[in-house]
Ligand binder design. Structure first.
Ligand SMILES: [Zn+2]
Length: 410
């Protein structure tokens, strides 16, 4: 199966549209420019012959590829997000293809000094001989997640042309605002009508993900006591300094900058205030829910010690649940991963199951009743100027999708 040409054609078209989302926006979708791509995708789905194509008021694009086999085959869904990260510019993206990469430097932009190689990105090493797509040095590429859109659209077109491939009903969903954590907030799981789904979003060929972080937010509020510094002895409680003391007391080996893989962390994201009042906020992340709770108790113990140290201040600590590890749901439906691993192997790759150090739309969907692990799209270095995607990896990803469709009909 070689779909590299249509994959690239679509990818380039999508990448040239600026669809950056905005975390400060009060609207949904967060930016109107995402709807430009949504309308284009809806029109394209109609053109390739997909059924029940719909663009709703939230900007969700959904469609169906009817079953080619009779009988009770479960409907499965394929999802990708339309927005790109607010972390780097997504305006005037100019993709370029570095054909049959031989190893060595990939010059994204000499002028901007953006050079990609296996020293600054070891993940690239597996892609020797492949066609590598990058941006041009001053923007992100937006392969996260326009690669996912191109893969789903191109595989859908392939399946619609090849009705001899046996599969059940296939549902397609394109969603906005993943990068600002709101992607599936209004998604109607029931009317989508799938019994399991897969997001096609990120990572190198072979990677699949069924685990993400458990995530809580934290807020520490400190009420101090202001006294003239000249007469402050044993009478002043300086809230801002206490906040700094608490942040500095958290162990350095449990921070995002000192942890990897399955290690959890606390990150203080914001500290503000003065003598009378200060606030320290942050996030707690850990794949294992028990360990997450243990880290929270550890922070609570630090806060309790500071209450004794600063009896004139009032210190409050609160945690707020953000999202949970989808493994709790996905592992309850073992066939969902079993079919995925078989589909990856059938594409000639050895699946690499790895935990995501973040959240995914699939995690939220899983807890909304639709188990949704993630499938690679063949790229890396997302959200920045060094972002790249392999066309060969995208092709493998499209093959996995077709294999999944077939596998669920067996
Ligand atoms: Zn993404």
């Amino acid at each position: 199966m070689d779909l590299k040409a249509p994959l690239y054609k679509r990818f380039e078209k999508y990448a040239k549209l600026d669809t950056q989302s905005d975390g400060d926006s009060k609207t949904f979708p967060s930016t109107a420019k995402q709807l430009v791509l949504a309308r284009l995708l809806a029109a394209e789905l109609k053109a390739i012959g997909a059924k029940k194509v719909k663009l709703d008021k939230f900007g969700y694009v959904t469609a169906e590829i009817p079953a080619t086999v009779k009988g009770r085959v479960p409907a499965i869904g394929f999802l990708a997000h339309m927005d790109t990260s607010p972390d780097a510019s997504g305006k005037n993206v100019r993709p370029q293809v570095h054909r049959k990469w031989k190893g060595g430097d990939i010059v994204i932009s000499r002028r901007h000094g953006v050079i990609l190689n296996t020293r600054n990105c070891p993940e690239l090493a597996a892609c020797r001989g492949e066609d590598i797509v990058t941006a041009s040095g001053d923007t992100l590429l937006g392969a996260d997640n326009k690669a996912g859109l191109a893969i789903i659209m191109t595989a859908a077109e392939y399946l619609l042309k090849h009705k001899e491939i046996p599969h059940g009903p296939l549902k397609i969903g394109f969603t906005p605002d993943e990068e600002v954590g709101q992607g599936v907030k209004h998604f109607d799981v029931k009317s989508f009508g799938a019994s399991a789904a897969y997001t096609f979003d990120g990572d190198v060929a072979g990677a699949v993900e069924q685990e993400n972080f458990n995530a809580d937010g934290l807020k520490i509020t400190i009420t101090g006591k202001s006294v003239h510094p000249g007469t402050a002895k044993n009478a002043l409680a300086n809230a801002a300094r206490i906040a700094a003391d608490i942040a500095a007391s958290w162990p350095e080996n449990l921070l995002p900058e000192t942890t990897e893989k399955r290690e959890g962390f606390v990150m203080f994201t914001d500290i503000s205030g003065g003598i009378e009042k200060a606030e320290l906020s942050g996030i707690v992340r850990e794949h294992d829910l028990k360990k997450l709770k243990a880290m929270e108790r550890q922070l609570a113990a630090i806060v309790a010690a500071k209450r004794l140290k600063y009896p004139l201040a009032r210190i409050e600590l609160a945690f707020r649940e953000q999202y949970r590890n989808m493994n709790a749901i996905v592992s309850g439906r073992p066939e969902v991963m079993k079919k995925l691993l078989a589909a990856v192997r059938a594409a000639g790759l050895e699946p690499h199951v790895k935990p995501v150090r973040g959240g995914t739309d699939g995690a939220r969907l899983s807890f909304m009743g639709l188990p949704t692990p993630n499938v690679f799209t063949g790229g890396y270095n997302y959200h920045g100027r060094y972002e790249w995607v392999s066309l060969d990896g995208m092709n493998k990803s499209a093959e996995v999708l077709v294999n999944l469709a077939r596998g669920w009909a067996e």
